[in-house]
Design a protein around this ligand. Sequence first.
Ligand SMILES: Cc1cc2nc3c(=O)[nH]c(=O)nc-3n(C[C@H](O)[C@H](O)[C@H](O)COP(=O)(O)O)c2cc1C
Length: 197
Amino acid sequence: MTRPFIIGFGGTTRAGSSSEKLVRAVLTACENEGAQTRLFDGAFLARLPHYAPEKPERTVEQREFVEAVRQCNGLVIGTPAYHGGISGLVKNALDLLEDLRGDPRVYFDDCPVGLVVSAAGWQGTGITLSALRDMVHAMRGWPTPIGISVNTLAGPLFDASGAITEPQLDATIAGQASQIMRFTSAFRGPQVLKGAA
Ligand SMILES: Cc1cc2nc3c(=O)[nH]c(=O)nc-3n(C[C@H](O)[C@H](O)[C@H](O)COP(=O)(O)O)c2cc1C
């Protein structure tokens, strides 16, 4: 069996984006369990044009992103809480994945999806994670039972080198990665759900 291909996308354009670091950490934990990974970070997502349903033209980067999702066996999506929901940057990337609607594997069918939220307050953590989980359900994905949400005001999460300083958070990241990897081995290969909306 080939190594599972797990892609991550998300983060913000801010230098030192915490949501991006967390997505990267989950991908690294997946690599430790044998995955190949690719990260589409905040800077990459910022280069994707605003999705417009009536425009079929695609930039090189839009094609690259859609093709990676088409090929992947699992995903990690990370967003900040912006005004009680996911950021426009991440939503724009999700909307572009409408290009997968007509595929043999529609959207995120058969894919485990690890979800990561970074907020500056407790209220934003829960509601944004829940909103993102609903979006992934709408796109036929399988959010892992372990979601990651952090309140950046509750204390420092990273040291100067970017390493995670919270042992509990480290364990949660490893747990999410493990669930992604276990799910990919159970569901490898595209299977289309007949009759599903
Ligand atoms: C436009 C904007 C809206 C925000 N709205 C919320 C919010 O509703 N709730 C919250 O807890 N934090 C909110 N925040 C704070 C961010 O979620 C928080 O700083 C997050 O950690 C940023 O992620 P990053 O480190 O990946 O850039 C907002 C920040 C910005 C810039």
